[in-house]
Write a protein of this length. Structure first.
Length: 445
């Protein structure tokens, strides 16, 4: 592989590719169609020039800064870029004074504050009087939940917009634009197969900046053949330190690997579970996708055999959401091992599937009058709720009242297994059924 190309790129601009390709207007902006599609709320606000202070909440590389710049250009406002990492109250006040002076001359200032969650309360409060007076339109960007990281007084004066990670399709569109746009590699001859573009898009995991940086590195280190640079899978692997683990997240291998993880945990094999988990994460799989599947597994394959499984699975999902990759890999490993070692029961899924079959076949089965809601006088006159027995009024905290339709009154859907804690639930269920049967027999007698 030729790592030196002294002639082809001598005239390239010094800015990184991601900076050169920064969208100049909404027509070039990729993603966030739920906010910027035709007729969507944020697009309407921008086009009508009725922008007010707002906060963009979303993962890195989804276009928060870019969108703020586009808004400033479209609304003909001054744009001031302000970093919460390097600035304090002194710098805030200096910028505010400039904005105040501009306002006196009829010029609006959009102040973009990157990583606003890094400001402490006093620093955030310093913005308040200027936001209230309209001296600035504040656009804050954060990767953290603003409900927790932005103080209430400031948050109440800002509209929060949630920006999503870009889809793989969005990233691929962006990469192809980089290869044809003159600001990118449009004036050069770059040969890169579609599947390699897909690999870079998958590796970026929704981050446009990472995708463009990876493409730039791959092109600069591609194989030079005359005036053409060839970018191969091996080039990308070298630039990203990734082997050929990357896969199409909508393709067969995607489903094969999640199936392997699921079945390894079901078979109580923590070593295999951790291996398949790492295969997916290192291939660029979205950790939240894995976490969602694990939450499902906790109920489908463990259930009441270990009720804590659901709590821990949800906690792992939340950890992935708060922290992201690569740090959340250890949280997913912990829950994968826990679920692998947990006692197994599929009683929850079996109960639902059995009930679903009856529900689908008997959709017109009426709700028994005794447990119908009766919010109006007419409904009461029609005997809605007549004879209802409020369980808390009874010493046993239950009654023998029939809650299933007559045609299903003897159906049983939940059948506890003998695993983990489920025998305890089975004993409780058996005693409840026995007590209710005895009570019904008393009434018959």
């Amino acid at each position: 592989m030729n790592m030196q190309q002294p002639t082809l790129f001598d005239d390239r601009q010094s800015q990184p590719l991601a900076a050169r390709l920064r969208p100049r207007d909404l027509s070039e902006y990729i993603g966030q169609k739920h906010l910027l599609g035709e007729g969507k709320i944020l697009r309407r606000l921008i086009e009508a020039d009725t922008i007010s202070s707002m906060i963009f909440w979303g993962p890195p590389g989804v276009g928060k800064t870019t969108l703020a710049r586009i808004i400033a250009n479209h609304t003909k406002s001054r744009f001031t870029d302000f970093s919460a990492v390097t600035s304090g109250i002194k710098e805030i006040r200096a910028v505010m004074e400039e904005a105040e002076n501009a306002r006196r001359f009829g010029e609006r200032t959009i102040l973009f504050v990157d990583e606003i969650h890094r400001f402490n309360k006093a620093q955030q409060d310093a913005f308040l009087p200027y936001v209230e007076r309209g001296s600035i339109i504040l656009i804050g960007a954060t990767t953290e939940n603003p409900s927790f990281e932005v103080n209430g007084a400031l948050l109440s004066r800002c509209k929060v917009f949630v920006l999503n990670a870009l889809s793989q399709e969005d990233i691929e569109v962006l990469l192809r634009r980089a290869l044809t746009d003159e600001r990118g590699f449009g004036t050069q001859q770059v040969d890169i197969p579609d599947d390699v573009i897909g690999i870079i898009a998958a590796f970026a995991n929704g981050d446009a900046r990472m995708a463009l940086s990876t493409l730039e590195m791959a092109v600069l280190n591609g194989d030079l053949d005359g005036q053409t640079v060839h970018v191969t899978r091996e080039t990308v692997e070298q630039c990203t330190s990734k082997k050929s683990l990357l896969y199409d997240k909508k393709g067969e291998e995607h489903y094969n690997l999640i199936s392997a993880l699921h079945k390894s945990m079901r078979n109580s094999d923590p070593d295999a579970a951790v291996y398949w988990l790492s295969r997916m994460l290192e291939a660029g799989e979205d950790p939240l996708y894995i976490a969602r599947r694990i939450v499902r597994f906790a109920a489908e394959d463990v259930g009441l055999a270990d009720p804590r499984a659901m709590e821990l699975a949800v906690a792992a999902y939340q950890a992935c959401h708060f922290i992201g990759m690569p740090e959340c890999s250890v949280h997913l490993t912990e829950i994968a091992v826990y679920l692998s070692l947990a006692p197994k029961s599929n009683a929850m899924e079996a109960a639902y599937m059995a009930a679903r079959d009856d529900a689908v076949n008997m959709l017109d089965e009426p709700v028994p009058l005794v447990i119908r809601n009766a919010p109006t006088r007419l409904m009461k006159e029609l005997n809605y709720g007549k004879g209802y027995q409020y369980a808390h009024d009874y010493a046993e905290k239950m009654t023998a009242m029939q809650c299933l339709p007559d045609s299903l009154k003897d159906r049983s859907y939940y059948h506890p297994t003998d695993q983990g804690l489920e025998p305890r639930f089975g004993e409780r269920l058996a005693s409840i059924k026995a007590w209710k049967e005895a009570e019904r027999n008393k009434k018959k007698g």
